[in-house]
Design a protein around this ligand. Sequence first.
Ligand code: CP
Length: 317
Amino acid sequence: MNLQLAEDGRLRHLLTLDGLPRAIITQILDTAESFMDVGEREVKKVPLLRGKSIFNLFFEPSTRTRTTFEIAAKRLSADVVNLNIATSSQTKGEAILDTVDNLAAMHADMFIVRHAQSGAAHFIARHVAPHISVVNAGDGRHAHPTQGLLDMFTIRRYKGEFHNLTVAIVGDVLHSRVARSQIHALTTLGVPEVRVIGPKTLLPAGVEQMGVRAFHDMEAGLAGCDVVIMLRLQNERMKGARLPSAQEYFKFFGLTPEKLALAKPDAIVMHPGPMNRGVEIASEVADGPQSVILPQVTYGIAVRMAVMAMLAGGATA
Ligand code: CP
């Protein structure tokens, strides 16, 4: 059974980009494009989700994802509740499904879920009533589908097409849910060359089976790239030392202006955030002319509006 799609093929939940049809990904990107101008209007609102209640359930810290989901839901005129997990009855031992059932009893229509455990959003999606949708806002090292989608939206905005691109994802791929979602989306959208670059200890064994080429040095890996995506070292998910030191990591895999010069002159630099300057990226690059890191954040609002509008059954600005 495909948990994400209804019998008529429409989006029912958004849990992963693995196996999500190209037509649906493209529909999300096109719908997001139609929402872009809402953010430029004096009254930044459309009535598509009026009367709907959306609950942000973030069991793990977040700056970008939580706030852009909230802004997106408000721009769609939904009522938004941010459950503060630290002061909720979760701290008294309430089971996650009991929390979900109680919020469903308050007539929730959608749950946006971030959790440190891979599979948490799937677990909730299997449990909720048919009228409730679940969006995975990042689960463990498994998936972060709306980040992957906003990254595709960013690439399409700057590069136009996917079929002629070389894209490099650099750094801690092993622990990165973002990298997994990006790889699924890039390969589904027909990017012919997806590369992962990192030390052996930070690339998953057999990563080539995901349809990517693996590189262990920046010189070869960045040559001829159109898009360079930097990843944070996910220290919170590492078990034991996988690197000699942050300084040594920066020396070999940190993106400096000199290393960026190995890519195409018009290459764009992306990062999902949060960034660790001087560890995976130099400030001159993060704040430089090829960086599209802050536009990624802005585009995340339109992409999350598109996802929520499609889940709720309406999809135009
Ligand atoms: N990219 C991302 O997920 O950032 P946050 O952890 O701040 O949401």
